[in-house]
Design a binder for this molecule. Structure first.
Ligand code: ZN
Ligand code: CU
Length: 479
């Protein structure tokens, strides 16, 4: 090696494997990492002095609702500004395609997290993938297909188990999406349109996922006081189908559920001895989704994030809105719908325990459509690095980085990303370990993180000098 395009000098390289950082030079040519070593002697076009900074693999946001956000470059700024270079779309049963509007004029909640009816313009999964490629995303995109979208296509009423014919229709759509390149299927069993899903329906669909060697991600049936039985159901389906399985945004909501992560994590640890079972988590004690009365009931406090009929209530406390309108909480929610909310409903002890659990991955679950989004959209990754690792010492820096890079790539089956290693794609983030921190808060939810210097996607800068690049440098990463 005598020539390269870019040399990043004297960075403390955290390679994403969980190994401690080492001061090294890293050379990039085209879209690949071509050399790593102490004091590389290479002729280069550009040198970056990275002394005192950490160089890590670009972060992989394993849990997003960025299906539509990736179609515009500005839509990915919340992620790029945090050092994210790859996003997994289509989570929680919610995907932009295939269109869930076969039998309806409007998307049933929570599909409307992604947008209104006009959003669902892709009849088949392949049509959506073509749109992503044509748009030239700012980040790499790893797409899942959502079970609730399939259910909405196959069924007239969603509050019951599917019939054999409906299951067969969903399986045709699922196989079509997997063949087009979806990396797997997501389910959102806690939400009304999927809550009545019978185990047989899940076994059939997840069985197809397993047969394709794909991944099943699941927002489980219950994340409240029934979370233990929801984990048991997940493990049972994983065992019966043999599918690789990822539990989404693991959490224990509502006081009656506080502390249950002790039980769920030991169940997961035990199941991992025989199954490929993983989990992700976001670093906050408030959740966020569409407005649902039962979610509000278990919460200390609820903030409205969007409301189509009452946009003037975006950012307002739900209790205050109720008082102002002289309505009960249920009536207030009915009047605000369709809409979304932030629900303060978790305990710090569970969050710490889940985040520190070695297999857990970091995913934002950010909601880019929300007018007053949960701060996880803009803050997740720097918050884990700055707040949980550096300031609180919950996990070492190399562990925090592995949970957003190498470990994640392994779960997703990405074989040439997620590590700083020769031959791997040059998805990289350079940040200041002393200052990196989230600044987005519940009051100021779109504030940009601090301490992220430069981000590269496929060898090209995607974030530098506090601004995103205006170039579609991300790739669609299909199966
Ligand atoms: Zn979810
Ligand atoms: Cu989600």
């Amino acid at each position: 090696m005598t020539r390269a395009d870019l040399l990043i000098r004297d960075a403390t390289v955290h390679d994403g494997s969980g190994a401690p950082g080492r001061v090294l030079d890293v050379a990039v040519t085209g879209d690949r990492i071509v050399a790593i070593g102490p004091r590389l002697d290479i002729a280069v076009a550009e040198v970056i002095d990275a002394a005192g900074l950490v160089l890590a693999p670009g972060f992989i946001d394993v849990h997003t609702h960025d299906d539509i956000a990736v179609l515009t470059r500005a839509g990915s700024t919340p992620k790029v500004s945090q050092g994210v270079t790859t996003v997994v779309t289509g989570n929680c049963g919610i995907s932009a395609a295939p269109s869930p509007l076969l039998r309806r004029d409007v998307p049933v909640p929570p599909l409307d997290l992604l947008g209104d009816a006009a959003t669902f313009a892709y009849p088949r999964f392949a049509d959506y993938l073509a749109a992503v490629s044509a748009a030239g995303p700012a980040v790499n995109v790893v797409p899942l297909v959502g079970h609730t979208a399939l259910r909405a296509r196959a069924m007239d009423s969603l509050d019951r188990p599917a019939t054999d014919e409906e299951i067969a229709a969903m399986r045709r759509d699922l196989v079509d999406a997997l063949e087009a390149g979806a990396i797997g299927l997501s389910t959102g069993l806690a939400y009304p349109p999927a809550k009545a899903t019978a185990t047989a329906e899940l076994i059939a669909l997840v069985g197809d996922v397993a047969a394709a060697g794909a991944l099943w991600t699941t927002h489980m049936r219950d994340e409240r006081s029934g979370v233990v039985s929801a984990v048991a159901e997940t493990i049972d389906i994983a065992r019966r189908t043999g599918s690789r399985t990822l539990i989404s945004h693991h959490k224990c909501c509502g006081e009656a559920a506080f502390g249950l992560s002790q039980t769920t994590l030991s169940m997961i640890a035990e199941a991992r001895a025989e199954l490929t079972l993983d989990l992700d988590v976001y670093p906050y004690t408030a959740s966020s989704t569409v407005l649902i009365e039962t979610f509000a009931r278990d919460s200390r406090q609820v903030t409205v994030t969007w409301s189509d009929p009452h946009p003037e209530m975006n950012g307002r406390d739900l209790g205050d809105v109720s008082a102002e309108w002289g309505l009960s909480q249920t009536e207030t929610i009915e009047r605000l719908k369709p809409g979304g909310a932030i629900y303060h409903q978790m305990d710090d002890g569970d969050l710490d325990r889940i985040l520190a659990f070695p297999p857990s991955l970091v995913g934002s679950d950010g909601l880019p459509r929300d007018r007053r989004p949960h701060p996880r959209l803009w803050g997740t990754f720097p918050r884990v690095l700055g707040h949980f690792s550096r300031d609180r010492g919950l996990i070492p820096l190399e562990t925090a980085i592995a949970k957003m890079t190498g470990q994640t790539a392994r779960v997703l089956g990405l074989t040439d990303r997620g590590l700083v290693q020769e031959g791997y794609y040059a998805d990289l983030v350079l940040f200041d370990p002393g200052t990196v921190i989230d600044t987005a808060s519940y009051d100021d939810p779109t504030a940009r993180a601090t301490g992220i210097h430069t981000v590269w996607v496929n060898g090209k800068p995607s974030w530098s000098d506090g601004a995103p690049a205006d170039a579609g440098i991300g790739k669609l990463l299909t199966r």
